[in-house]
Design a protein around this ligand. Structure first.
Ligand code: ZN
Length: 500
């Protein structure tokens, strides 16, 4: 099975924040899990360079646009190694030679379908969102995303006949061709469609855009609207418009095409983009998963406000595992979550250092102390070990079921259950008492207990990689014998907090 997984391509008007880290880590977990299951996976990321926002931010910083965009794009690309992401390909819309020809071809396909026309238009425009708002959509006259006053803009633009596609979009969503999760977001999209779709403008005067962006084919006085341009990245990265092989394999062929995105850009991905694809005669994405937002210390995070924790800096200081674990273990599928450094540290110390790390450490140490470091043979589950055995055996299916619903917290819980049950089991059976006993039966029982516990550690090494690849490698290292003996026990996680 082919699985194509995309994250949104962020504007590079500032450095990335922890909210964007959530999306790329979620995508990475899906990609890793599906690869582990044997799927062919392509995890696609990129940066949205052609935004008017970038032009304005560059001007404010007194820098050239390309130089400014390059610098911030670097910071986004650096997230890959910092968060151990297995991104297969990155597309940068201003620089990648695949992008512009694909966007132009897409434009021409929509034009050929009769869906593009010129119209004079006046409206309220938020540069932060790069979109027009109707007065009803504003909150007290201000942009609901940015809380800024939109600009009144009057100009002649190219429009896309979105109004044509309401019925087909509704059909695709209700018929299951286009799945939108969670259900609340699906309902939001359906309500928007039912409210009546209006054509939207898909170009800007080249002059207002400062000449930045892709010129409209055949009309150099206009540049293609950044959203039309940006959404096309999902297919131009595959070679749409340049070399079609990748496109045929990953988009036009059988398999899943999964977009991950934040709630603020739902309409672009679940309405505009599918309508554009229908117009261009191309298949729709199969799945759209929408995450909510993170706050930090109760404040909304935004790149421009500078309030977002820097995920690469966090990973450098506290480790990739701590950052990934917090994002996966604490952020609910529905509803916002509040990030604080204290919460991240507490979660990592409680569960990674004290729970999971300590478990592996104790088990390896006991196998050394009681059995000379020799890995116990697999034995039947000892009495009292039934819950642990179930947690180990069911983990893969539980993670799979959770990820099929994009429920990363449930997936993390399924893996945490192994460590949790194993620690309970140790406290219940007290292996050190069995070791002190001179009774033969207790000796055999100790073998079975160590076997079960070692099985739990290897299960962690097997199931952790999609979520915590770095930690998984260390767990596997601890559980891999050399010359018949396990390596000496050494901490799998360091404690991050100073006390408690
Ligand atoms: Zn806005």
């Amino acid at each position: 099975m082919h699985t194509y997984i995309t994250t949104t391509i962020p504007y590079v008007n500032a450095r990335p924040h922890i909210g964007f880290a959530l999306e790329v880590v979620q995508a990475d977990v899906l990609a890793r899990f599906r690869r582990q299951r044997g799927d062919r996976v392509r995890f696609q990321a990129g940066t949205d360079d052609n935004s008017l926002k970038n032009v304005l931010a560059a001007r404010a910083a007194g820098a050239g646009v390309q130089e400014f965009v390059d610098r911030n794009a670097e910071a986004f690309l650096a997230l890959g190694p910092a968060l151990s992401l297995t991104v297969d390909d990155v597309i940068r819309t201003s620089r990648d030679p695949r992008h512009r020809p694909g966007v132009e071809r897409f434009w021409r396909a929509c034009a050929a379908a009769g869906d593009l026309y010129r119209k004079r238009y006046a409206g309220l425009y938020c540069t932060g969102c790069e979109q027009f708002y109707t007065p009803a959509e504003l909150r007290a006259g201000r942009c609901p995303e940015h809380d800024t006053e939109p600009q009144r803009v009057a100009e002649e633009n190219w429009f896309f006949r979105l109004s044509r596609y309401g019925d087909r979009l509704r059909e695709a969503i209700t018929g299951g061709e286009l799945r939108i999760e969670p259900a609340g977001r699906r309902n939001e999209v359906l309500a928007f469609i039912d409210g009546g779709l209006e054509d939207f403008s898909v170009s800007r005067p080249a002059e207002r855009a400062g000449g930045w962006g892709i010129p409209v084919p055949g009309d150099s006085s206009q540049v293609i609207y950044v959203w039309f341009d940006a959404l096309c990245n999902y297919v131009t990265a595959l070679g749409y418009g340049t070399s079609d092989d990748g496109y045929r394999e990953w988009w036009a062929g059988p398999g899943r095409r999964i977009h991950l995105l934040g709630k603020g850009v739902l309409r672009f991905h679940a309405v505009y983009w599918p309508a554009m694809l229908l117009s261009a005669g191309q298949p729709l994405p199969t799945d759209i998963f929408v995450h909510d937002y993170l706050t930090t210390g109760g404040q909304k995070i935004s790149k421009s406000s500078g309030s977002g924790a820097d995920p690469a800096a966090l990973a450098a200081e506290y480790g990739t595992d701590a950052v990934r674990w917090w994002l996966l273990r604490e952020v609910p599928r529905v509803g916002d979550a509040d990030f604080t450094l204290e919460r991240m540290i507490a979660r990592a110390d409680d569960e990674l250092a004290n729970g999971l790390g300590n478990l592996v450490n104790r088990v390896v140490a006991m196998i050394h102390r009681y059995r000379g470091g020799q890995v116990p043979d697999p034995l039947p589950v000892p009495a009292g070990g039934e819950d642990l055995d179930a947690a180990c055996r069911q983990a893969r299916d539980r993670v799979g079921a959770a990820l099929a619903e994009f429920d990363f917290r449930q997936a993390a819980a399924a893996i945490w259950a192994i460590a949790d049950e194993a620690n309970r089991f140790i406290n219940r059976v007290r292996p050190w008492e069995l070791a002190r006993s001179e009774d033969d039966g207790d000796g055999q029982r100790l073998d079975a207990v160590l076997s079960a516990l070692f099985g739990a550690c290897t299960a962690l090494g097997r199931e952790l990689p999609p979520l915590l690849p770095d930690a998984a490698a260390r767990v596997v290292g601890q559980c891999t014998p050399r010359d018949g003996r396990l390596p000496p026990a050494s901490p799998v996680f360091r404690r991050l907090g100073s006390a408690g």
